[in-house]
Design a protein around this ligand. Structure first.
Ligand code: ADP
Ligand code: MG
Length: 943
């Protein structure tokens, strides 16, 4: 318990020091003593249980049944038939299926661990850090390494990462709702409290998991990990398991459905086969039953896309990697899918759409208008009077009170680098611009408050927040007390009672029109505007007044116009998004005219008159009205974080998929509401990063655009491989069924009981010759026109009508080809094994051709076949190894393959290409004709 002691006593007890922190030795020994600062149990992936789990997948269960049947038939051959050779073939089949189960399990196992590893490393990049004092230096320390006695500094937007006794607090308020249920922020102080103070009243403590809603503070860690108040209630938390993505669920359901379908087909095949025997011969032999069972096994194996779940998880993980390389960090694989379907992107203006490099270019003070030269942070530039008649030698006296207020009420600074002499900003960019202005005329903040004879003594700081839209400092000068405030002009004007014009204090009402005109003049030039004010207050109010009591009855000293240039690359990104059917919305705390001027420059709107909705209008608007207007509104100005949530909800009610950026602590709820919450990696607060789905490592809007494109690309790749896998399954099942139903008499050496493919051949195709190339589709680039299409409809299932039609058409043609290859071989006197091998190679080659068609939404002719090296390698591997298994005696036994004449292999290689090229060719012709038709139509309209 440390709330009831003086803070010095607490420090002493913890053997630490407020000015230098712990020593490295202390830290080390305490880390050993207290362990990591977490209450999540280190999630140990138990490899064995992951592995065992892979053996219980529904698909694998089908294979276990196949093995059981195979073993039964081996026993039957040995003991009843005394046919050792036949028995051995059943044994080989068993071994082969077992081997494939093992390979599949190992791949799944490896992939599960790998996917977890790469997700973990993505998550590591967003690990929480705290600003900690050790050995006299402040540095960012991973919160896992915090120990009791550490001195921690925190500010608005941070998480409290351990239980702290507060050592100093500056307008500090924390949200502790996770512990107390109280959702209003609690003000924090440092004084010791009486014994027996309840948790909710321990105002000198900051508890783990709280968020800093306002102000800043310094604290000493008293408890970590499980010993914190949060740890006590939460107990050991398991890391939340990785939730399946919608596509993962779809595929799971699909495989389950297909298992039922398979069971049905197997039953039909068995019954029909046996009935066929009976009709033909008037009796049913055991051999016939056994042969039928072996076809049934092949059908069962053929109907399930075994490799699909693994391939899916590989493709999704590849996708997360692609995004990370683009500086977009996603926290769950779900976001990959959602990003591609995004229809609205609502972005902050400052820093995301603009550079956040602010420079004061104009200001209006004491009734005079000034211009400022010089760019960036260089403190070199001239202030000139633009509308002055007087040729004043000294300009400074004209605006001295304005600049004093702007500089005193400011925590920013610029710093000259010793290396290159360039100036770097420190602190809030808006404040930096005022510091630079001061430096240009030789004034600075440090000088105003420097010892030993300070002109001003700062006694309170009321930091900026985006709801109040202003910041203030309470300052003592001699025996007088002042509040210096700066903030959004329209907000300050409403609370102004006077203004300073030509050294005269006038009633604000008299000056209001001048200020409004200036405000609009600046805003129309896309300048960000800040009003600067002061107010003299009595001592009691100065020391104890609330924020609302202090920030009112202002005397307006002037108005600054600050340029914040748009990021140059954003315009192109917005154009690209517009073509892709994605709407871009600007949300800003800035003035409507400023917002519209920038929106126009960036192409978010195309006419200056496009209506912007302001926070005040939004407040007055009913939900129904907002619902109407939200579809067409592209600029929201002077909004508060709360408004963001209303905007998102309205869009979502219109079935839009909304991505929303946020940077401040108050944005967290909006980020959670959005389909994709986006946080800034550099300037964002810890709290927003925590609630986001996507983190922009470079804070740039263009990264959002690239992530949307990557999302579409990955989704497209997923669709492509699903297409490929399903076509394989359809053709396998079809070729097997056609033999069962249409071959009623022996053909040549081939009996009517011989299936077109053995079960192990089918397995080979599913697990090797088809699945390897399928997964390499995950490496495919985006199709050329991917950002020219409308966003995908999230409601539509991935197996939509178009996909099903395409799979059915290709699957049927391929199935027929395989069937006819089998019949042709039988008619030409091939052995059963050779006939099956002919069918097998037809299938393998056909699929390897088809994959080049599957990788495009359009046709095989739409993509450069050589652009994906991994695909080429896997296709070559699949083709060559599949031919090899027809030569090697071992595989003859295991798979039931047989050697074929080279000429036949060669013929199969080319004939198998026919359906793909034929269907694709016809489609391409229709497609091109449509394109010309559209072009002609456009041409005619133009003429
Ligand atoms: P945005 O992030 O959309 O630019 P902000 O919430 O940061 O909006 O700012 C809204 C308004 O608050 C600005 O237009 C400006 O007038 C005022 N403002 C911004 N930063 C400061 C600051 N550091 N001090 C005083 N006022 C500020
Ligand atoms: Mg801002």
């Amino acid at each position: 318990m440390s709330y009831n002691k003086h803070r010095k006593a607490v420090l002493k007890e913890l053997e630490t020091n407020q000015t230098s922190g712990l020593t490295n030795e202390q830290v080390k020994s305490r880390q050993e003593q207290f362990g990591p600062n977490t209450f999540k149990s280190e999630e140990k992936v138990k490899p064995l249980s992951v592995f065992l789990h892979t053996l219980r997948e529904p698909i694998v269960i089908v294979l276990w049944i196949a093995i059981a049947l195979s073993i039964a038939s081996a026993f039957y051959d040995i003991y009843v038939n005394h046919d050792m050779e036949h028995a051995m073939s059943a044994v080989y089949e068993t071994v082969a299926i077992l081997a494939i189960i093992l390979i599949n399990s190992l791949v799944t196992f490896y992939q599960t661990l790998q996917a977890k590893k790469s997700l973990d490393s993505l998550k590591k990049m967003v690990d929480h850090h705290a600003l900690v004092l050790r050995e006299g230096d402040w540095s960012h320390v991973n919160v896992l390494d915090l120990v009791p006695g550490d001195i921690v500094k925190f500010k608005m937007g941070d998480f409290i990462e351990a239980d702290l006794r507060i050592l100093s607090a500056n307008e500090l308020s924390l949200n502790e709702s996770h512990l107390t249920g109280e959702s209003d922020p609690i003000n924090k102080t440092t004084a010791a409290l009486p014994d027996e103070t309840g948790l909710g009243d321990q105002t000198n403590m900051a508890f783990s998991g709280s968020t800093v809603m306002n102000g800043s503070g310094l604290g000493v860690v008293v408890q970590t990990g499980m010993a914190t108040e949060l740890g006590k209630i939460a107990g050991m938390l398991q890391e939340t398991p990785i939730a399946p993505t919608p596509i993962e669920k779809t595929i799971k359901n699909l495989t389950r459905t297909l298992m039922y379908v398979a069971a049905g087909i197997v039953a039909v095949v068995l019954i029909y086969g046996i009935a066929k025997e009976y009709m033909n011969y008037g009796a049913v032999t055991i051999e016939a039953v056994m042969a039928n069972i072996s076809s049934a096994i092949a059908v069962a194996v053929a109907s399930i896309p075994d490799a699909m779940p693994v391939v899916l998880s590989i493709v999704l993980t590849i996708g997360a990697g692609i995004m990370a390389r683009n500086n977009g960090l996603i926290k769950s694989l779900n976001s990959v899918e959602t990003l591609g379907a995004t229809t609205f992107i609502a972005s902050d203006k400052t820093g995301t759409l603009t550079k956040n490099e602010m420079t004061v270019t104009n200001f209006f003070a004491n009734g005079h208008t000034f211009e400022v030269s010089g760019q960036g942070y260089e403190p070199h530039g001239e202030v000139t009077l633009v509308d002055g008649v007087e040729e004043a030698a000294e300009l400074l006296p004209l605006y001295e009170r304005f600049i004093t207020s702007a500089l005193l009420n400011n925590e920013a600074a610029i710093q000259q680098s010793p290396d290159d002499g360039a100036y770097y900003p420190l602190g809030n960019p808006t404040d930096v611009s005022l510091v630079v202005l001061g430096a240009k005329i030789g004034q600075n903040h440090a000088a105003l408050i420097s010892q030993p004879a300070p002109d001003y003594n700062i006694i309170r700081v009321l930091p900026f927040d985006s709801t109040r839209k202003m910041m203030s400092m309470v300052v003592q000068k001699d025996d007088d007390f002042y509040v210096y405030t700066k903030g959004a002009p329209d907000v300050l004007f409403q609370k102004a009672s006077a203004a300073l014009i030509k050294d005269q204090l006038v009633d604000f009402a008299e000056a209001a029109t001048i200020f409004d005109e200036k405000l609009n003049e600046f805003a129309d030039q896309a300048l960000r505007t800040i009003a600067v004010a002061e107010r003299q207050v009595p001592e009691d109010l100065a020391r104890n007044g609330s924020v609302a009591e202090l920030e009112t009855e202002f005397t307006i000293l002037g108005l600054a116009g600050i340029i914040d240039p748009p990021r140059p690359e954003v315009k192109a990104s917005i154009k690209k998004l517009h073509r892709a059917g994605v709407a871009v919305v600007m949300i800003t705390g800035d003035h409507a005219a400023t917002a519209n001027a920038i929106a126009l420059r960036l192409g978010i709107i195309n006419a200056k008159s496009a209506p912007a909705i302001t926070g005040a209008e939004l407040k007055a608007m009913s939900d129904e009205e907002l619902l109407q207007r939200v579809e067409h509104t592209r600029v929201y100005a002077r909004v508060t974080p709360r408004d963001k949530q209303r905007i998102i909800s309205a869009l979502q009610q219109n079935s839009e998929v909304v991505a929303m950026t946020g940077d401040g602590v108050n944005d967290a709820p909006a980020l959670k509401t959005a389909d994709i919450g986006i946080a800034m990696g550099i300037n964002g607060t810890e709290v927003t990063k925590d609630s986001a789905d996507l983190i922009l490592l470079d804070d740039k809007f263009t990264t959002i655009e690239k992530s949307v494109e990557a999302g579409r690309q990955i989704f497209g790749n997923i669709r492509n491989f699903i297409r490929q896998e399903l076509v394989t399954n359809v053709s396998e099942v079809l070729s097997l069924l056609l033999v069962t139903f249409f071959v009623t008499r022996p053909i040549g050496q081939v009996s009517e009981l011989t299936p077109s493919l053995t079960a192990v051949m089918v397995l080979w195709v599913n697990m090797i010759s088809d699945s390897l190339p399928s997964f390499s589709l995950g490496f495919d680039n985006a199709e050329k026109d991917i950002m020219l299409q409308k966003p995908r409809n999230m409601q539509e299932p991935i197996l939509n009508k178009r996909m099903l039609e395409r799979v059915a058409l290709r699957g049927f043609t391929m199935g027929l080809m395989v069937f006819f290859a089998f019949i042709w071989a039988a008619k030409n006197g091939f052995s059963p094994a050779q006939a099956q091998t002919t069918a097998f190679l037809m299938l393998v080659f056909g699929q390897l051709w088809h994959i080049f068609d599957a990788r495009s939404e359009r046709t095989i002719f739409a993509r450069n076949p050589f652009s994906n090296k991994v695909l080429l390698l896997t296709v070559a591997f699949a083709g060559i190894s599949s031919v090899l298994v027809t030569y090697l005696p071992l595989f003859h036994k295991v798979m039931g393959t047989a050697q074929l004449p080279e000429l036949v292999i060669l013929a199969l290689l080319f004939i198998s290409a026919i359906p793909t090229f034929l269907i694709s060719g016809i489609k391409e012709m229709i497609y091109r004709r449509q394109c010309t038709a559209v072009k002609n139509k456009l041409q005619n309209e133009e003429d």
